[in-house]
Write a protein of this length. Structure first.
Length: 347
């Protein structure tokens, strides 16, 4: 059985996660790795034992015989690399965010559409078993019509880490809300459809030796095309454990993290019966731990390989990535102007 030949652009923390997931897959081969830091490549080789080739320039990657590329470089590089990969006819797995400006997101979408290459954005949490279970309940009608959804991203990233030398810089990382809570915006779209308009407030509150340039805290309210309402709460640096909370309210049922209430449960609203519910495994709640069941980077990579090997339909294609990005840009613009922004204004 022919293996999918895969290249990796960027062998930092998340790049090596992807490299390990490719290397363990029976239908894929980690063929070529490109990174300017030799130490990153050496770590990946040690972690996987794979006999991949190493290159220093992206042109070598595009000219190679790989079938697909995983782009795991700093955010500002995503757009140009995706455009070049599409022109070279390579399938693309792009780490989030899609790009750091609406114009570059549009360039990527147009290049991918023109080249007709497979594209998957790296919002891995759609593959989490909790959200897959909730989506199945929604699809089979058990939750009724969704009318309100909430998702939080609260992540203590210490201010003294070296990562702030690039993550806090707008020209390199773009908006922190987009980079972090793009996950949340993508997830609420997964359940409630396309977003019509956004109202957002944001600010910078946590002390750091190298302060961020965009925001470390934000709350955004979304109105969907269906009329449903959504909320995303975002904070990088809170004095609290990692939290990725999720609430979905439907006309016949509710999902609060790993607990599900349905209108077929007769006494759920009575005092003392608050826990008369379906309780899903607590391990499914996202914890940001690599290799755990709740953070399925491996499942999303499996999905990408199945797209290429079996023709499986993409769960989150370039058009979807573009719409999530526009909603994030609209949130940031809303906070800047102090008014509600229609997502179409970002196009």
């Amino acid at each position: 059985m022919k293996k999918i030949k895969m290249g990796l652009a960027g062998a930092g923390w998340i790049g090596r996660e992807h490299g390990r997931n490719i290397a363990r897959h029976p239908r894929a081969e980690l063929t070529l790795v490109c990174d300017s830091e030799a130490g990153n490549v050496a770590k990946l080789r040690q972690e996987t034992g794979a006999s991949f080739r190493e290159c220093r320039t992206m042109n070598e990657l595009w000219a190679s015989d790989i079938d697909a590329v995983v782009i795991a470089t700093p955010n500002a590089l995503h757009a140009e690399m995706c455009v070049e990969a599409a022109r070279a006819g390579k399938a693309i797995y792009c780490e989030k965010p899609m790009a750091i400006t609406p114009q570059d997101c549009r360039r990527v979408r147009e290049a991918v559409d023109k080249a007709q290459v497979p594209y998957l954005i790296g919002y891995h949490r759609r593959m989490n078993p909790l959200y897959q279970h909730a989506r199945a309940l929604l699809d089979q009608g058990s939750l009724g019509t969704p009318f309100m959804v909430e998702s939080d991203y609260l992540h203590h990233v210490p201010g003294e880490l070296d990562i702030w030398s690039w993550l806090g810089k707008e020209q390199i990382a773009g908006s922190l809300f987009h980079a972090g809570s793009g996950h949340n915006v993508d997830l609420i779209r997964y359940f409630c459809g396309e977003i019509k308009e956004v109202t957002c407030m944001k600010g910078i509150f946590m002390p750091r030796p190298q302060q961020v340039e965009t925001e470390d805290t934000a709350v955004a309210l979304f109105r969907f095309e269906s009329g449903a309402i959504g909320k995303v709460q975002f904070c990088i640096g809170p004095i609290a454990p990692f939290q990725f909370n999720f609430k979905l309210y439907g006309t016949q049922g509710t999902v609060l993290n790993n607990r599900v209430w349905l209108n077929t449960m007769p006494r759920f609203a009575e005092a003392g019966h608050e826990r008369d519910c379906i309780e899903l495994p607590a391990a499914w709640i996202p914890d940001n731990v690599q290799g755990g069941v709740s953070e399925p980077w491996d499942k999303l990579m499996d999905h990408f390989i199945a797209m290429l090997a079996d023709g499986r339909a993409c769960i989150n294609d370039v058009g979807s990535a573009y719409r999530t990005s526009l909603a994030c840009f609209a949130a940031v613009e809303s906070a800047r102007r102090g008014t509600t922004i229609a997502v179409r204004e970002m196009e």
